[in-house]
Design a protein around this ligand. Structure first.
Ligand SMILES: C[S@@+](CC[C@H](N)C(=O)[O-])C[C@H]1O[C@@H](n2cnc3c(N)ncnc32)[C@H](O)[C@@H]1O
Length: 277
């Protein structure tokens, strides 16, 4: 959508993403724990985290697998891997390793994982079936892959409003159903088909409502502006002044989610799990 490739977009967003992820992803903890339950992540497990970002779910998984387990965190963006390494050091975890690697470039090098997890990544990959198939290659037989993807946009109200405003300003009309669009896997049937077509069995899809709390609508707008690569790309081709107009409209629109305690943004995520036969 902008001249930057998706990888460049993630690399340039890593600092902003890490800043906000460290402060504003607590709302995803229940869904993350559910993803780990679905993948049967337990003490001693070897876990692959696909698209680790700045490592928040990597650390939750690493705490669960403990000293006898291990988490390998991969991401397509080198600067995200740097952010994860920093977060892992800060958390004092010694059972995490990292690698710059796109999901679909995972190859069978003999290493096997008991489980794979992925939070808010699969829908952004243009060929999610190829990515899920590559993940399967490195799982042991019977290993589980559980992922969180964005959910029903009518329930993800604040994200839906933000995307609609930015797309309108950026003149984007046909972005929703495109491969790699943030909304590409909101339909549970499509999500299930991705995993089934990648060869997973016992595929199950569920969803969880979320509520993201921030200080204000202004803080929510800054978070999107600094850290959300897909959203920023909607208007990145516009001159700065026109971008500012879009951001201002967004901030005004998000004020509807302010209450006495600040900003409370409702949303929904989908979860999927499948087993390597
Ligand atoms: C929305 S962020 C989610 C980060 C993290 N999992 C979280 O939930 O906080 C998406 C992440 O997926 C990574 N990513 C995008 N495409 C990828 C691919 N093909 N393979 C691996 N990582 C990818 C991005 O670099 C970014 O770090």
């Amino acid at each position: 959508m902008s001249d930057e490739t998706p990888v460049e977009q993630w690399n340039t967003s890593a600092e902003g993403w890490a800043h906000w992820a460290a402060r504003a992803t607590d709302y995803l903890v229940p869904a993350t724990e559910r993803m780990l339950d679905l993948a049967n992540v337990k003490p001693g497990c070897r876990v692959l985290d696909v698209g680790c970002g700045s490592g928040e779910q990597t650390i939750i998984a690493a705490r669960r697998v403990g000293d006898t387990g291990h988490v390998l965190a991969i991401d397509v963006a080198a600067s995200m891997i740097t952010a994860t390494e920093k977060a892992v050091r800060k958390a004092g975890m010694r059972n995490v390793s990292t690698r710059v690697c796109p999901a679909d470039a995972l190859v069978d090098d003999g290493e096997r994982f008991d489980a794979a997890i992925s939070r808010l990544v699969l829908m952004l990959i243009p060929d999610p079936v190829a990515a899920a198939r590559a993940v399967q290659t490195v799982l042991r037989t019977g290993g589980l892959f559980a992922a969180i993807v964005t959910g029903d946009p009518t329930k993800t109200t604040y994200n839906a409003i933000a995307l609609d405003i930015l797309a309108r300003h950026g003149g984007k009309t046909d972005w929703e159903d495109r491969p790699g669009s943030i909304r590409s896997l909101v339909d549970p049937t499509r999500l299930e088909a991705v995993m089934a077509n990648a060869g997973f069995t016992k595929v199950a899809v569920s969803s969880i409502s979320t509520i993201q709390r921030l200080k204000s609508a202004a803080a929510a707008t800054t978070m999107i502006r600094e850290g959300f690569a897909f959203y920023k790309a909607m208007i990145a081709h516009l001159p700065q002044q026109r971008q500012d107009v879009a951001w201002n409209e967004l901030e005004q629109a998000l004020k509807r989610f302010e209450d006495a305690d600040g900003f409370a943004g409702p949303g929904e995520v989908n979860l999927v799990v499948g087993r390597k036969p």
